[in-house]
Design a protein around this ligand. Structure first.
Ligand code: SF4
Length: 797
């Protein structure tokens, strides 16, 4: 069936909700149109974004035949977006990788047995480690792996090899949110839950095109708005007039990378008009420059520079809108902020997160119903799988720093490894990893090998072609379900199982863990990543550390999960009470902290009577009289930091030579690099290729008409893209979605790889480009995918 984008959107439930607000679309639906007479329905979660929508997977004759939303799931109440109800179809695409492959001397891949492939990987990794040291081989994981898988690879590297060369793609999407929570509150992840959406009276949607990137959350926000349109207010801070911005009562169109000034200006208005919450300021806030604690008067003084008029000049955001946004934020609460990559993928990402938290702290809009400062995660298991298991180069399970000796000691005991085995020095973060990956004989490249799973860095890294040489010249092992730009550079390809072919736990943005049960077998000889990790461990003499290498995936995943629960039992991230048995029975999963099997989980942290950790002195010490207490405060005062961060703009603002801002993002139909969603014909036809959005005034100046090909050039590379001349992108700002695998439309050949000093997250969202008309309209709806492992990598830059 061929479905146009318009038809796809029209047939969805929130499409109607959006229509009521006179916005273009939301794209959600109650259930799959493919609901058929199936043999059984199996509970699980969607794997195509961080919302964590609950699904039922319909199985007929041993094959997945349909998906429907789980009406009892607390995340989505049965609603799904197009990826949720169509994305599974990619499982049966003929391009699926089915057998282990090893690159031969003729540069072609040849099929080998699992034993041959795993023995080769184990032998080569051990050789590299012996010759170049324990840190010569890295693991690069994904926010799409199951929690048990990320935990196991992390344990193998840090506990088995004694190497912290572990990182993953959440570094590219959520690291600044982690940095923001940790520096402000002392620990990662939000205080509240999605349920705050239905209690909020004002929404601050910032750096997020919610309607396309988190459509089910957008549906909840639009429903709340529609329930009382005059009194529920929506503020959107976003440089494009997106479909999200169209529901706004107040739109703050600040230029990319300038919003730090907007947040400080809002704080200034709040302080100036005495819209602050004095009790929060006196009892829960600590004002700090980052190096020095100051008082509220110093904060007030610091804010003085951010007058609405000065900020309008700097950001192009109307002063009156900022003032009104500040009033609504502070006086029409409870207020809930929601954000994603627009705040995180920045060289000042941590600071941007800090400044949004500031607004909540000074107005008392946190730790109350409907009030929260809430980062939405991009990937389905970036929170549960990578942040919480500590599968980044500087962390250990429980999102605790590897540099902390007490944390290392506790984890070494839990893992039953010798004291001192875990290296205190953090490994390389993602950008450093790929910069230092290279050939064995290249002395400038300390990383000689890498194991990559469930991600496609050859396409998803910023300024990606800079890193292709290192991937090609090192010993690269890639586990995935389809050929990708990254498998094109691999030495060994391992065929992996899809979520519904193995099962396991995902943890979504609201600290909620949910279990998916295995629904069907993987194709050919494809295997679960957990089995691959455990078999690799066995071949490297580490079977005792990771013994879950049997043939029963359910038993293996449960063993790994129980090992993880035990490891984080006595932490404020405890999910000891979240057992497989409970997850199997519960339709909506459980939110940590959940320290024992009687705990119902925690919807709101830091509040007495709501958060069990408040009454666990063996984990944190909270004064008995404290009703709200930020117990992870590093100074043990129960306060959160309100930062006086100086203003800094983007790394590469437009100039005479490169006069445009380029910003990138997702579209509702496509997931990340399009590896799976581009293989669902209905989705691919609906959104077949990337394009560049240009404002009509800019298009006119460059003689560009709708559909014309545009050459877009940055200091790093170029793309050739069809133009969409639309008013949603403001003059001087261009937008390109990033899913397209076509070499000429792979936008990460253009983006910048500068990164945030604190979080090490790159500034995908902002760089400077110039454009020129390249040619007449041409049909580029070619739905490009890398369809064969032997498709040669482009030789031109
Ligand atoms: S909103 Fe996210 S989790 Fe929910 S169905 Fe869509 S892609 Fe899946």
């Amino acid at each position: 069936m061929s479905v146009t984008r318009r038809e796809m959107i029209k047939m969805t439930a929130a499409g109607f909700a959006a229509a009521a607000l006179n916005i273009p679309f939301a794209g959600t639906s109650h259930a799959s149109e493919d609901v058929v007479d199936v043999d059984k329905w199996i509970k699980g979660t969607c794997r195509f974004c961080g919302t964590g929508c609950g699904v039922y997977v319909g199985v007929k004759n041993g094959r997945v035949a349909a998906i429907r939303g789980n009406p009892q799931a607390a995340t989505n109440f049965g609603f799904l977006c197009v990826k949720g109800f169509k994305g599974y179809m990619s499982m049966y695409h003929p391009d699926r990788l089915k057998y282990p492959l090893v690159r031969g001397a003729d540069d072609k891949f040849k099929r080998v047995s699992w034993d041959e492939a795993l023995n080769l990987v184990a032998k080569k990794f051990m050789e590299l480690q012996q010759k170049h040291g324990k840190d010569a081989v890295a693991y690069y994981g994904s926010g799409q792996c199951m929690t048990e898988e990320s935990y196991t690879f992390n344990k193998l590297w840090k506990g088995g090899f004694g190497s912290n060369m572990v990182d993953g793609n959440p570094r590219l999407c959520m690291a600044s949110a982690v940095g923001g929570y940790v520096t402000t509150f002392g620990t990662d992840e939000p205080a509240g839950s999605y349920a705050d959406i239905e209690k909020a009276r004002t929404f601050f949607l910032v750096g997020s095109n919610l309607s396309e990137c988190h459509p089910i959350i957008f549906r909840r926000v639009t429903r709340q708005k529609l329930s009382n349109p005059d009194n529920i207010k929506v503020i959107v801070c976003e440089p494009r007039l997106t479909s999200t911005a169209r529901i706004a009562d107040i739109w703050l169109p600040a230029d990319p990378g300038t919003d730090l000034a907007v947040f400080h200006c809002m704080a200034r208005e709040i302080v100036k008009n005495n819209w602050v919450d004095k009790w929060y300021i006196e009892n829960l806030c600590r004002f700090t420059t980052g190096t020095q604690v100051v008082d509220f008067a110093a904060y007030t003084q610091f804010l003085e520079q951010f007058t609405p008029e000065a900020v309008e000049k700097l950001t192009r955001c109307p002063a009156a809108n900022i003032v009104e946004a500040a009033r609504l934020f502070a006086t029409q609460g409870p207020t809930m902020s929601l954000w994603t990559m627009g705040l995180n993928q920045r060289t000042r990402g941590v600071w941007a997160n800090n400044l949004v938290h500031n607004l909540h702290l000074i107005t008392g809009n946190i730790c109350k119903e409907g009030a929260d400062s809430f980062s939405l995660t991009g990937q389905p298991n970036a929170c549960g799988g990578v942040r919480e298991t500590g599968s980044l180069s500087h962390l250990l399970p429980g999102t605790r720093p590897v540099a902390n000796p007490a944390v290392r000691e506790q984890v070494e005991k839990a893992w039953k490894i010798p004291a001192g085995k875990i290296d205190p020095k953090p490994g390389f973060h993602t950008m450093e990893m790929f910069a230092k990956l290279g050939a064995e004989n290249d002395a400038s490249k300390p990383l000689k090998g890498m194991f990559i799973t469930t991600t496609n860095p050859a396409q998803s890294l910023p300024n990606c072609h800079k890193y292709h040489k290192g991937m090609k010249e090192s010993f690269l092992v890639v586990a995935d379900i389809f050929p990708t730009r990254t498998t094109q550079l691999a030495d060994v390809i391992l065929p992996a199982a899809f979520i519904y072919e193995k099962g396991g736990v995902y943890g979504c943005s609201e600290r909620r863990s949910q279990l998916t049960s295995k629904c069907t077998d993987p194709p050919g000889e494809a295997k679960p990543d957990l089995w691959i990790a455990a078999q690799l461990a066995k071949r490297m003499g580490l079977e005792k550390l990771i013994p879950w290498n049997g043939d029963d995936p359910a038993a293996n995943y449960k063993m790994a999960w129980d090992d993880y629960r035990e490891c984080v039992k006595m932490t404020e991230h405890s999910l000891y009470g979240i057992t497989y048995d409970r997850l199997l029975k519960m339709e909506e999963g459980l939110q940590w902290p959940c320290p024992d099997e009687k705990s119902p989980g925690t919807a709101r942290r830091y509040v007495r009577g709501k958060d069990p950790i408040m009454d666990m002195p063996e984990i944190v010490k909270v004064p008995p009289q404290a009703l709200i207490y930020f117990y992870a405060d590093q100074k043990h005062e129960g306060r959160a930091n309100v930062f006086l961060r100086p203003y800094k703009g983007p790394e590469e603002p437009p100039d005479k030579e490169y006069p445009f801002f380029l910003t990138t993002g997702r579209v509702i139909e496509q997931w990340h690099s399009g590896t799976m969603t581009m293989r669902v014909p209905e989705i691919a036809r609906s959104q077949p290729n990337a394009y560049v959005e240009i404002h009509p005034s800019d298009a006119k100046q460059y003689g560009i008409n709708n559909g014309d090909l545009v050459k877009m050039i940055s200091r790093r590379g170029f793309n050739i893209l069809p133009a969409r001349v639309v008013k949603s992108s403001l003059p001087g700002i261009l937008f390109v979605p990033w899913f397209d695998q076509d070499w000429d439309r792979m936008i990460n050949r253009v983006t910048i790889d500068a990164f945030d000093d604190g979080s090490k997250q790159p500034e995908f969202k902002i760089c400077a480009v110039r454009i020129e008309r390249f040619g007449d309209p041409k049909d580029v709806a070619d739905m490009t995918v890398i369809s064969s492992v032997d498709t040669p990598f482009p030789s031109r830059a």
